[in-house]
Design a protein around this ligand. Structure first.
Ligand code: VTB
Length: 347
């Protein structure tokens, strides 16, 4: 991205992109078909993305080219309606998308499904493959106070000290998975409270970085792509994510057939330019971009964003758009009017 004006304008374009994905997937809420919910989000996101004046490239998307028809890694997006001359002037942008984070949440009508996108200049987002990462995420007051390799009790003590409260006053958010049995036991033993969630560690991680959500840290193993997108949000929110790839199926507690063998996973990350599989990544390693844009729209109601509401003459969406450039966090409440010139707009 070349200048802050382009960045500001792109931020609003990306807002349209996540709004469109959220609206389409929200229409399928509760239908119990997570693949369909995801599919409509991908289609809507892809279509609006093409109208954005940029030379975009997907770095985190729906999968490799042969497995995803749209928004696959390496796909060029944007500038669809413009001439080649005009396109040549557009900023080059790397894009990470999760058109529907929490496909199960949407399929069940549960809280905290979002449509999300992060962007930066070329090379500004780690091209993480779809494997697992151990993560710890905290807000601005706790930056530098946590260590992903330290005992859970030590991290909680440090977070409590920084927040000027007792460990008992903290809430840790964590994916409800068998792999977190020990983590959950450790948090309980330390005295902190826990919120176990069925899905969606990206929106949960963002809550951990925003004061007033009553979430003080996210801990545990989730997707690496979600980790990169969370890092983009952390850059804008002054929060911190520390993360490490996890390859061991025993530790993941998942079906061996679902995760690639360690050697294969390591080869995969090497192919993406990642040389040290045991590296501890911080926010800047995951999202090194100097200019980062993050946009998310609520699909179902959540702790930070409301879900899409439908009414006779339109729809209403709730989103957050943030940029590193002017350090603004915009919560955007949009009414999409459809009922023609006489449609009534309600406050
Ligand atoms: C993780 C997490 C996501 O899916 O990828 C999870 O980061 C899948 O984990 O936020 P499992 O393989 O253990 O089910 C989400 O929760 C939602 O996409």
């Amino acid at each position: 991205m070349t200048n802050s004006r382009a960045e500001r304008e792109l931020a609003l374009d990306f807002l349209r992109v996540t709004e469109a994905a959220a609206i389409e997937s929200a229409k399928t809420m509760g239908q119990g078909d997570r693949k369909h919910s995801d599919h409509v989000a991908v289609e809507a996101m892809r279509e609006v993305m093409d109208s954005v004046p940029m030379r975009g490239r997907i770095v985190i998307g729906e999968g490799e080219r042969d497995e995803a028809p749209m928004l696959y890694i390496g796909e060029e997006v944007g500038g669809g309606n413009f001439s080649d001359e005009a396109r040549a002037e557009f900023p080059e942008v790397d894009i990470a998308v999760d058109p529907l984070e929490g496909t199960n949440l949407c399929a069940l009508g549960a809280n905290n499904a979002i449509a999300v996108l992060a962007a930066s200049e070329r090379g500004g987002l780690l091209n993480a493959p779809d494997i697992y990462m151990d993560k710890i995420i905290v807000g601005p007051s706790c930056k530098g106070a946590v260590d992903i390799e330290a005992p859970v009790a030590d991290n909680l003590k440090n977070i409590a000290r920084r927040l000027g409260r007792d460990v008992e006053d903290l809430t840790v958010i964590c994916l409800d998975r068998p792999r977190h049995k020990q983590l959950v036991a450790d948090v309980r033993a330390a005295g902190a409270r826990i919120r176990l969630i069925s899905d969606g560690d990206l929106s949960a991680g963002i809550s951990a970085a925003v004061a007033g959500t009553n979430i003080h840290a996210l801990m545990g193993i989730g997707g690496a792509p979600e980790g990169v997108i969370t890092a983009a949000a952390m850059k804008c929110l002054n929060g911190e994510i520390l993360a490490k790839f996890v390859f061991d199926p025993e530790r993941l507690g998942v079906d061996r057939t679902k995760v690639p063998p360690k050697e294969e996973a390591i080869e995969r990350i090497k192919g993406m330019g990642i040389t040290d599989p045991d590296k501890i990544y911080d926010t800047n390693d995951l999202a090194p971009g100097r200019k980062v844009i993050f946009a998310a729209t609520g699909v179902t109601d959540g702790s930070l964003l409301r879900g899409v509401r439908f009414f006779g003459e339109g729809k209403r969406t709730h989103s957050v758009v943030m940029t590193t450039d002017n350090k603004s966090i915009r919560f955007v409440d949009t009414v999409h009017v459809e009922g023609g010139p006489d449609a009534v707009i309600r406050f």
